[in-house]
Design a protein around this ligand. Structure first.
Ligand code: ASP
Length: 280
């Protein structure tokens, strides 16, 4: 029973020591809590649980505290993949909900499993997800200062291996920030979040690069065909470099191999393998 989570990239605009420590502490606490949860829950349940805790923490760009799109609205995207059943579900650009990953979880049992915008919102309300305002003061100030804005990335994700050897991946994002309204993130696509019975991957970074590189599916396919997770990830990042891609990934295999990599400094993460480890 193992897992690894990520909190996206550590951007230049929040690179003070205090924020770094806060992110280390938050990721450590959530990795430990999710690992305890994994003792009595499946990989799918645990990946959803870990991502919902990350969404609730305003330090990260997912759920509460998400970045704002160029028209002043927050739109959230999240997806879930069950490695055992190979079902993928997600919501794209949903507004005014607290935990998009919980809506993705609800959708996994349905025939129509990826919903966008108003369709996703209607589904959420019909299933009891209430109105929630995800704006934070910090994000509003950041939005108002958009002309001076540096590129920011900070999606969240979790991949987990449970006691029965099943894998799952869950990813959630507020997007790139200041994007064209309703631009589609990689996070609710199989490029940004993928799992089967061999490996599970969650990505962060520039969605367009991740989609161009078909990153999560590509790494999982390579592991399925016999590479180690490290080999599969390193090879895929070499290919990503050819298009000057910006991405970070976390991964886990059915054998229990855990690995993470990023194309640029640096993705923040925490894992629980035999013990807790956190980015420094
Ligand atoms: N991948 C996300 C997106 O492009 C952003 C991020 O990872 O921070 O929407």
């Amino acid at each position: 029973m193992k897992l690894i989570i990520h909190g996206g990239f550590f951007s230049e605009s929040d690179s003070d020591e205090q924020t770094k420590r806060a992110k280390q502490e938050a990721l450590s606490a959530i990795a430990m809590e999710a690992h305890a949860y994994l003792q009595t829950h499946t990989a799918v349940e645990t990946a959803v649980y870990a991502v919902s805790l990350l969404e609730d923490n305003e330090l990260f760009n997912a759920g509460y505290g998400s970045q704002i799109q160029s028209d002043g609205k927050v739109r959230l995207s999240a997806s879930l993949m069950d490695g055992k059943t190979q079902r993928f579900s997600g919501v794209i650009n949903i507004e005014e909900v607290k935990n998009p990953i919980l809506i993705a979880e609800k959708l996994i049992a349905h025939d129509d499993r990826v919903l966008s915008n108003i369709g996703a919102l209607n589904f959420a309300r019909e299933n009891g997800f209430e109105y929630f305002n995800p704006f934070t003061q910090h994000r509003l100030i950041e939005y108002e200062a958009k002309l001076n804005q540096k590129e920011r990335k900070g999606t969240v994700g979790c991949v987990a291996l449970d006691k029965d050897g099943h894998l799952a991946a869950a990813t959630s994002t507020g997007g790139k920030g200041f994007e064209i309204p309703c631009r589609v993130s990689d996070s609710a696509t199989v490029a940004g979040n993928f799992a089967n019975s061999f490996a599970a991957i969650s990505c962060t970074g520039v969605g367009e690069d991740i989609v161009s590189g078909g990153l999560a599916t590509k790494i999982v396919t390579r592991v399925t065909d016999g590479m180690t997770l490290k080999q599969a990830t390193d090879k895929s990042f070499k290919e990503l470099a050819q298009i000057n891609g910006f991405a970070g990934v976390i991964g886990i295999t059915a054998e229990g191999e855990i690995y993470h990599s990023d194309s640029h400094p640096y993705m923040v993460w925490a894992s629980f393998d035999v013990s807790l480890q956190v980015f420094t």
